[in-house]
Design a protein. Sequence first.
Length: 258
Amino acid sequence: MGENTFRLYGDLAWLWPLWSDPTDPKGSYALWCEKVTRLIREYSKIPAQALLNMACGGGKNAYNLKKYFEVTGIDISQPMLDLAKKLNPDCAFLLADMRNCELCKEFDCVFVDDGITDITTLSDLAAVFRTAHKHLRAGGVIVVSPDHTKETFQQNCTRVSEADSPAKPENLEVVFIENEYDPYPEDDTYEFTLIYLIREDGKLRMETDRSLDGLFTLDVWRTALREAGFEVHEESNPGAPSEDARENTPTFVCVKPT
């Protein structure tokens, strides 16, 4: 997975705080985390206090979830963890791989957002769910939401957005162009290309990013979660963040049996 890491998680990580404002109470991050919190409370068999945010990235979800939980975040990108710590100095963040880490601690709930998309093989997907199961208390839940499944993927989907965070300097304008394309539908990946149009004091430079992301069927997701030991439930996503395609993709809410 390391060689598949976006530049956005490395030398271009400075752009991440400029893309969507997690502090906006009516923004996509806040609304999404409200739904995640509701699902945890609805399905959990135990009081949910300690939350493990796997593949936490720059900590925007943690910012909204920490209102309700004691959040620990893990990620394999140190630049992203640095951003997460700056945004959430009151949370714990650790450099760790969600496929095989051992944190020597159990949590009441686990949340994995779109970082799960970086998982491109069935064996790694299964490993993530085994790691989550190992770190969950009995009766706790994992909430995991894929961006796409094979049933919901839209070929050649392109989205354009602008840097809209209050953290953006006045002399800087950034446009993000995202494209998703599956050249080989028979395999379990698709191409995610991201183009950055960066204008500083009116002078343009262009940067590009590309990765292979995972694309599995719904049945593969269900089977991997069940085989990890979870009781599997699915919820529709009419309130998914508008900038992604999850409105047609279910969120999995899975219980570790008591």
